[in-house]
Design a protein. Structure first.
Length: 455
């Protein structure tokens, strides 16, 4: 499952590709109006990377574009354009019916929030649209995973128990492949006295279970935030009474968990940060922590945070990505880990003089390579951002960078892998107003790219 770890309080189109020489920024000249959406190819400027101990990275691991990937980018899909603010999309792929489920939270007038969903076929057709959870008090931060055996999804979110923001709990609901069933109602996953935040969920095919992870925040005592999880049977119900602790520390918080499942080992990997370093923990399918629990992935002099994790079972390998602070900006880095958690190679995924933030990562349809996506500033005006993506091979070599920008600020992009294509989803500011919408487009790997498309 892919989704972003962030607080919610945050037609004529021309598309072409353009190869840009390596430069310290996204070197583009665009002599067109800002109603134009552009697909561009860029090469990263090699920058000195670092190893897990904060030292200089060997030059052989510096970012290098092997080749520009052949991408066929489909037209924009307006997933939802309600007259409100729509934030934090998450997406999962349904392998039985060849479609995606996109979920997000709406912020309505008056400040309350609820969870909605939209089905999108593998060819980009919009199917049914529905509310997952709505009513008194706010729901926010949705996450979603798909169970092909039961042919249904588990959607999770946080719920404002008292309506005043003082206590948030984790809730969930099973959603059949074609939409909600009134007999499958919402249920509590965690309602401890602490606030639960940033839930994420993954499905374990061999175990026939989901694992939901989240951050606990206790504002009444001086205990740093910590990461917990709870297993949920695919058929409903829990194998335990309350869940378990994944990572904690007496001095530093543990924040923003992101979970992935490795079918090759029937194991999960949970990546998280403490605001300045990146950590991970491997968890067996039965919920047991492996090899003593958390271990450091990156502990460099600058701050690293907002991790994302993906497993490629065919390679029995993980990739953990994050944003790393540099001088007045952020770059995107990653670390390849073996299935046993051993560090293999650190990679500088993208680094320019512009801002690169909020990375997400998936295993692509081949089951062996990764595709990272992130929020990319492209320098055509203050606070103007799009998204960029890059394929990463199991040996750490990378294809060229591709980016996408449009008429409004694009934020918090995510990906889901289908059988032969991928779906990119993001939130986008509508014009000069206050509304934000949910958009998507299909990405077809390894097809011939049509250089100019006018609609």
């Amino acid at each position: 499952m892919i989704r972003h770890k962030q607080k919610w309080s945050i037609r004529t189109r021309i598309m072409w590709r353009r190869r840009v020489a390596a430069a310290p920024a996204l070197a583009m000249t665009v002599a067109v109006a800002m109603t134009v959406a552009i697909l561009f190819a860029v090469a990263s400027a090699p920058a000195a990377a670092q190893d897990a101990d904060g030292g200089a990275e060997p030059a052989s691991v510096a970012p290098a574009a092997l080749n520009a990937p052949t991408l066929d980018l489909g037209p924009e899909i307006v997933v939802s354009a309600l007259d409100n603010k729509e934030f934090l999309p998450a997406v999962a792929y349904n392998s039985k019916h060849k479609e995606y489920l996109v979920v997000w939270h709406n912020e309505w007038g008056g400040g309350y929030r609820d969870i909605y969903a939209q089905r999108v076929t593998a060819t980009g057709e919009l199917k049914s649209w529905f509310a997952v959870s709505a009513g008194a008090n706010s729901r926010a931060q949705p996450s979603v995973a798909y169970d092909p055996q039961s042919d249904r999804y588990l959607v999770t979110w946080v719920y404002d128990v008292f309506g005043n923001g003082s206590d948030w709990d984790v809730w969930g609901r099973f959603i059949p492949w074609n939409g909600p069933d009134s007999s499958l109602t919402e249920f509590v996953i965690c309602n401890w006295g602490t606030t639960q935040w940033n839930p994420d969920v993954a499905y374990a095919a061999a175990q026939k279970e989901f694992l939901v992870v989240w951050t606990n925040i206790n504002t009444s005592v001086s205990v740093p935030a910590y990461i917990s999880g709870r297993r949920i049977f695919a058929g409903g119900g829990f194998p335990d009474t309350k869940g378990f602790t994944i990572a904690s520390d007496t001095a530093r918080p543990r924040l923003r968990p992101d979970i992935t499942y490795n079918l090759a080992r029937n194991e999960y990997l949970v990546a998280f940060d403490d605001d300045i370093d990146i950590f991970a923990a491997r968890i067996a399918g039965n919920g047991a922590l492996i090899a003593g629990g958390e271990f450091k992935v990156a502990a460099w002099p600058d701050a690293e945070n907002r991790p994302a994790a993906a497993a490629c079972a065919a390679a029995d390998q993980y990739l953990v990505t994050w944003q790393s602070s540099t001088v007045n900006k952020h770059d995107i880095y990653g670390y390849l880990l073996s299935g046993a958690g051993a560090t293999q190679k650190v990679i500088h995924i993208q680094g320019t003089t512009l801002e690169e933030t909020s990375p997400e990562v998936i295993c692509d349809p081949t089951g062996r390579n990764y595709l990272a996506i992130w929020q990319q500033e492209y320098g055509l005006g203050a606070s103007t951002v799009g998204w960029a993506t890059r394929r990463i091979h199991p040996d750490g070599q990378m294809d060229g960078v591709w980016g996408y920008m449009g008429p409004g600020d694009l934020a918090l992009p995510i990906l889901a892998a289908g059988d032969v294509n991928l779906l990119a989803v993001w939130e986008q500011k509508r014009g000069s107003g206050v509304f934000r919408d949910i958009y998507a487009c299909l990405i077809h790997m390894e097809r011939l790219f049509v250089p100019v498309l006018i609609k």
